[in-house]
Design a protein around this ligand. Structure first.
Ligand SMILES: Nc1ncnc2c1ncn2[C@@H]1O[C@H](COP(=O)(O)OP(=O)(O)O)[C@@H](O)[C@H]1O
Ligand SMILES: O=C(OP(=O)(O)O)[C@H](O)COP(=O)(O)O
Length: 403
């Protein structure tokens, strides 16, 4: 059944709670890439240009303790939103309590408020991680702040958290609408079309650091893909599963058995690095060398090596559909960006192919490389786009009201 969309809502004079995914790369308060902020503008503009009040909720990073709060405040994000929106945005340094309620009660039609990082609710409390474990009382509290709810956080749609799913359930229980935003709607349309009847060869490229999150998707991508190229931090758990020494490389011991099973089930579809650029520490200036086979005990793989790059390029040159999530190395450091750069170039050079890049860091890499215009669709979701492409129903979409 069709889902309710923000454009179906009469937002005039209404307090509209909007879950966005403003989980952007950020270091020392400086935003590396504002793609996810810009991507949310159509929904925010629809609300404020039609006389509504937009109250924005988002997470940023993974909050474990109070010490993370300084680096993971949404204040710089609210400031950037104000710049791209070209109007004042009020930032509230809380997401629950009197200060929040007072700020909302002062809003005029057309105003925008950004509440503090929803994952600050994951610290120190009797429930445990209130946001990430979806404490129903928190979803109900946030729902009580508005008249209607819009979920535009596609990048978070594979999570079932209080600020996306809990709030939607509470809204519906209170007889209020929970709609999808324009970005959510666009992502579903593009990704759905791309894989409805994909042209083969279909190549999936996986990398990045969220290994335990993303390794599970491979099971369902095996039948769809002709080749699965694995680089970045994802590769080392597979290499370890094959019995290779991986030194200090990123490694998920809990996923070794799964990696072994995937290698067996994939019938040669999984292509792993044959060489790596290894370094003594996670630093651009660390001593580094290309290593074939075993990685020395005191080193970690931080990029794929030249032979692997050549292997991946050879496979990619005939691809007709490519889905890429996760950089091939720690590309933020120029000395370890080559693999990501070369794979990105291969995608940009393909003619007549459908190319999809997903994920915050992968998108940042594509923009940094200047290849974004040559890519068919840049998705704001990494894990979310992979799970959607796998054919899974995402909780952040399932919770939206039917029309
Ligand atoms: N070999 C590696 N070792 C450690 N970290 C890596 C490695 N390769 C890539 N990364 C890191 O992975 C991060 C991106 O991973 P991830 O969040 O899974 O991707 P995305 O945001 O595109 O979904 C980057 O910060 C990058 O530095
Ligand atoms: O950046 C995100 O996911 P992604 O890195 O898979 O694109 C989303 O904002 C979800 O963040 P999370 O993986 O900390 O739940």
């Amino acid at each position: 059944m069709a889902k309710l969309i923000v454009s179906d809502l009469d937002v005039k004079d209404k307090k509209v709670l909007v879950r966005v995914d403003f989980n952007v790369p950020i270091k020392d308060g400086v935003i590396g890439d504002d793609n996810r902020i810009v991507a949310a503008l159509p929904t925010i503009k629809y609300i404020i240009e039609n006389g509504g009040k937009a109250i924005l909720l988002s997470h940023l990073g993974r909050v474990k303790s109070d010490a993370d709060k300084k680096e993971l405040t949404l204040k710089p994000v609210a400031d950037r939103l104000s710049e791209v929106l070209q109007k004042p945005v009020t930032f509230v340094p809380e997401n629950e309590g009197k200060e929040v309620e007072a700020a909302i009660s002062k809003m005029n039609d057309g105003d925008v408020v950004v509440l503090e990082n929803t994952r600050f609710q994951d610290i120190d409390n009797s429930f445990g991680k209130r946001e990430s474990k979806n404490d129903p009382a928190l979803g109900e509290y946030w729902a009580s702040l508005g008249d209607m709810y819009v979920n535009d956080a596609f990048g978070t749609a594979h999570r079932s958290h209080a600020s996306n799913v809990g709030i939607a359930e509470a809204m519906k229980k209170a007889g209020k609408p929970a709609a999808a935003g324009y970005l959510m709607e666009k992502e579903i349309r593009f990704l759905g079309d791309a894989v409805a009847n994909p042209v083969h060869p279909f190549v999936t490229i996986l990398g990045g650091a969220k290994v335990s999150d993303k390794i599970d998707v491979i099971t369902n991508l095996i039948p769809k893909s002709d080749h699965i190229l694995i680089g970045g931090g994802m590769a080392y758990t597979f290499l370890a599963a094959k019995g290779q020494e991986i030194g200090k490389s990123l490694f998920e011991p809990d996923k070794v058995d799964l990696a072994k099973k995937l290698l067996k089930d994939a019938a040669g579809k999984i292509v792993l690095p044959v060489d790596n650029l290894a370094a003594t520490e996670f630093s651009n200036d660390a001593a580094r060398k290309v290593v074939e086979g075993n990685i020395p005990e005191n080193m970690m793989g931080l990029d794929i090596g030249p032979k692997t790059i050549a292997n991946f390029k050879e496979i990619l040159k005939d691809a007709k559909t490519v889905v890429w999530n996760g950089p091939m190395g720690a590309f933020e450091m120029p000395n370890f960006a080559e693999g990501t750069l070369e794979v990105g170039k291969s995608l940009a050079e393909l003619s007549g192919a459908t190319t999809i890049i997903g994920g915050g860091d992968s998108t940042a890499a594509a923009k940094q490389l200047g290849i974004a215009p040559q890519i068919t669709h840049i998705s704001t979701g990494g894990g979310a786009s992979l799970q959607y492409l796998e054919g899974k129903e995402l909780p952040g979409i399932a919770c939206i009201s039917d029309k």
